[in-house]
Design a protein around this ligand. Structure first.
Ligand code: SF4
Length: 702
């Protein structure tokens, strides 16, 4: 997997606008590989950055510069005209509309009638500025799409370990003797972590345990595959804990030194039956026992956790169950171990770190903490509101009622929120929807004002990758037409809507310096100090470098011990009828998230199988579905049509669709039942009916 293999090398895609070869960071996944433009190749090559030390890139990274000159780019502001169509407008007119509308909404309905959607595809400085704008206007209604992918992981790890992030570094993970990959497919979703760090360790003898209802590119490297029933991670993980206890595989030295509540947990565990847990998860008991043994016998076992675990209405509880296993195995606070959430977009970690969340300020300081609010007020000159705001899905459900205005920066919420038909209606209920975007996405179709923004390749700033490294992006081109850089746009709106002076610091360097003064995690960092390398949080003031392995001596809250906590299973929200299948969703190697960028890539051409629904042969036969036929997938929330990919890779009773495409838009089918703690929706378990489409397949024979 490198630039040379994946690139066409024919310069067919060479940009028509000047692109410099400044070193920057890949805009796609949270691995954070270094990319730079190669005129010879007409797209990206890797440079020896902190993560991709050999300059390797996956196909997505290679295609990164396709966005720069794409003909679909938004290049002028648009406003909704009298006839309901979006028409071109000047920046002055677009900004005047936003200013007057937001002022009117705030005066008539209060500041909490406004909402702000930040983006994990934007820089730390942009996200920081947007959350500051929301708070300057008097609301904590600000969130970002991390809510939809790993908020449950952050909640559970924050609660138990005091920090919601990878406990280890990508670089030390090859020292693991065993990898437990739960609900993730890093071979396709975080390719360079997998190909450069995990796969070589597995080739050298480390054991790979893959917990996933589907066989995918990661499973091909696995020694153990537990193809569980979606939604039943808790009984599976509890049963694995029981195997460790039964077979003398608990790390008693670690438990004595670092764990609280072992005896109570052991008592509770005595009521767990391994066979019953395996039956609930629908995996063979012997396979579960073998996987647990492999994890428990390893000196160093590293767990990866992904959206297969987090995107359930029991997502927080799922991660709690995984943390119990890690504590029993003594796999915390040492190299080649830990619990390691694989974060989605390139700045999903950073968007949360800098406070683009409704309940916390920069550095995860609770908005309810008066001391933290006062410290921020000393820097900002105003105090942020004390009541937590609404989360992403909650905000969309308030559109037209409690919320009348929304400012969406770089998120395609019409495609990415669950229950998309409902969201489409809700978007139209707003008095003012502002969308700051690069392409005409599904969300832009609902906007009242569209602000043409800069792509990743046109902006400077910092992003924080999945193992807590803050790196610098550098602009390699100017925004096209009248498009502007996101930070400038947010600053101008801030200037218009708030008291003079709140947003006068507008350069990425100045905003970064301000962030280090209000975010304890970033306290010792400097823009210049990052240079071409990275600085990792926590980075205490006065330290030479950031902390690599978390929790070596103490946990994030300063305590020496973390507590073992019994976790009870929670059934998924959708009841599955006798004729239904359980639909689960995921990413593919060639595309990313809602596909706003990758769908338009010249290199990442769409293959037939990419928009196909995977069906097990038994399920297909029961429904009379042939491979390649068009099927209708439906439930009470919506309906899509997709091509059947009949394959034993997916477990019987389960179907799989990606979430990259506007058609089929899988989120028409997903539900908005929320995890009670993290408010993450249950994307990974939707009951659906599947039948042959009589219209699409009519060929005279049917
Ligand atoms: Fe970009 Fe992630 Fe691929 Fe690296 S692994 S090139 S960061 S998409």
């Amino acid at each position: 997997m490198n630039g040379g293999e994946a690139d066409r090398g024919d310069n067919e895609n060479a940009a028509t606008r000047a692109i410099s070869d400044e070193k920057s960071i890949c805009p796609f996944c949270g691995v954070g590989c270094g990319v730079q433009y190669s005129e010879e190749r007409g797209n990206a090559v890797g440079w020896r950055a902190p993560v991709n030390r050999r300059g390797e890139l996956c196909p997505k990274g290679v295609a990164a510069y396709d966005v720069v000159d794409h003909e679909d780019r938004l290049t002028r502001p648009l406003v909704r005209g009298k006839d309901g169509e979006l028409v071109e407008a000047s920046w002055g007119e677009a900004l005047n509309r936003i200013e007057s509308s937001f002022r009117r909404i705030s005066e008539n309905h209060g500041a909490d009638a406004l909402s702000f959607f930040a983006s994990s595809g934007c820089t730390n400085e942009e996200n920081y500025s947007l959350q500051k704008l929301a708070r300057a206007l008097g609301t904590n209604n600000v969130d970002n799409c991390a809510r939809l992918c790993h908020s449950s992981t952050v909640a559970a790890m924050g609660d138990r370990f005091g920090t919601g992030a990878m406990t280890n570094t990508i670089a030390d993970l090859p020292e693991a003797d065993a990898f437990l990959v739960a609900g993730a497919n890093p071979a396709e979703q975080h390719p360079i972590i997998f190909s450069s760090y995990v796969a070589p360790a597995v080739e050298q003898g480390a054991t790979l345990i893959h917990v996933d209802p589907r066989e995918n590119a990661t499973t091909k490297h696995a020694d153990h595959h537990l193809a569980l029933r979606p939604g039943y991670d808790i009984p599976l993980l509890n049963a694995m804990c029981k195997v460790l206890a039964e077979e003398g595989l608990v790390d008693t030295e670690f438990v004595e030194a670092r764990v609280e509540g072992f005896e109570e947990f052991e008592d509770w565990l005595s009521g767990i039956d391994v066979a019953e847990g395996a039956a609930k998860a629908d995996v063979p008991e012997e396979d579960l026992r073998a996987a647990a043994r492999a994890y428990g016998e390893a000196d160093r076992a590293a767990a990866f956790t992904g959206m297969g675990m987090s995107q359930h209405r029991c997502g927080t509880a799922n991660v709690h169950a995984l943390l119990n296993l890690a504590l029993l195995g003594g796999n915390v606070g040492k190299r080649g171990a830990g619990v390691n959430p694989l974060r989605g977009k390139n700045n999903v970690q950073g968007a949360g770190d800098v406070g683009a969340l409704p309940d916390v300020l920069p550095g995860y300081q609770a908005v309810t903490d008066s001391e933290a609010r006062q410290e921020i007020a000393d820097e900002w000159g105003f105090e942020p509101p004390a009541e937590p705001g609404l989360t992403e899905v909650e905000m969309t459900h308030e559109f037209g009622d409690g919320i009348r205005g929304a400012y969406v920066v770089g998120e395609n919420i019409a495609a990415t929120e669950p229950n998309a038909n409902r969201v489409a209606d809700e978007l139209d209920d707003l008095d003012m929807l502002v969308v700051q975007e690069v392409f005409p996405t599904e969300t832009v179709e609902h906007a009242d004002v569209v602000l043409p923004a800069s792509s990743w390749a046109e902006k400077a700033g910092t992003v924080t990758n999945t193992d807590r490294q803050v790196q610098r992006m550098r602009p390699t081109a100017d925004p096209p037409g009248e498009a502007r850089r996101d930070l400038e746009i947010i600053r101008e709106i801030g200037d218009r809507l708030t008291d003079a002076g709140d947003f006068e610091e507008s350069t990425p360097e100045a905003v970064f310096a301000e962030m280090t003064r209000v975010n304890p995690l970033y306290a010792g960092m400097s823009y210049e100090g990052i240079g071409e390398e990275s600085q990792r949080w926590p980075f205490p003031e006065g330290a030479d470098s950031g902390v690599e392995i978390l929790h070596r001596e103490t946990f994030g809250d300063g305590s020496k011990r973390a507590t073992l906590e019994p976790v009870e299973g929670v059934d998924p929200a959708d009841e599955v009828g006798e004729d239904d299948l359980v639909l689960t969703t995921g990413r593919l190697l060639s595309h990313f998230n809602s596909g706003a960028v990758t769908r338009r890539s010249g290199i990442l051409t769409r293959l037939r199988s990419e928009d196909a629904i995977q069906l097990h042969p038994e399920d297909a036969a029961e429904r009379g579905v042939g491979d390649g036929e068009t099927v209708v997938v439906e439930n009470e929330r919506g309906r899509v049509e997709a091509t059947a990919d009949v394959t034993p890779a997916v477990r019987a009773g389960t179907a799989f669709l990606t979430f990259h495409f506007a058609e089929p838009l899988v989120n028409r089918l997903t539900g908005d039942a929320l995890d009670p703690v993290a408010k993450i929706p249950e994307y990974k378990h939707s009951a659906v009916s599947v039948r042959v489409s009589e219209i699409e397949n009519s060929d005279g024979e049917r």
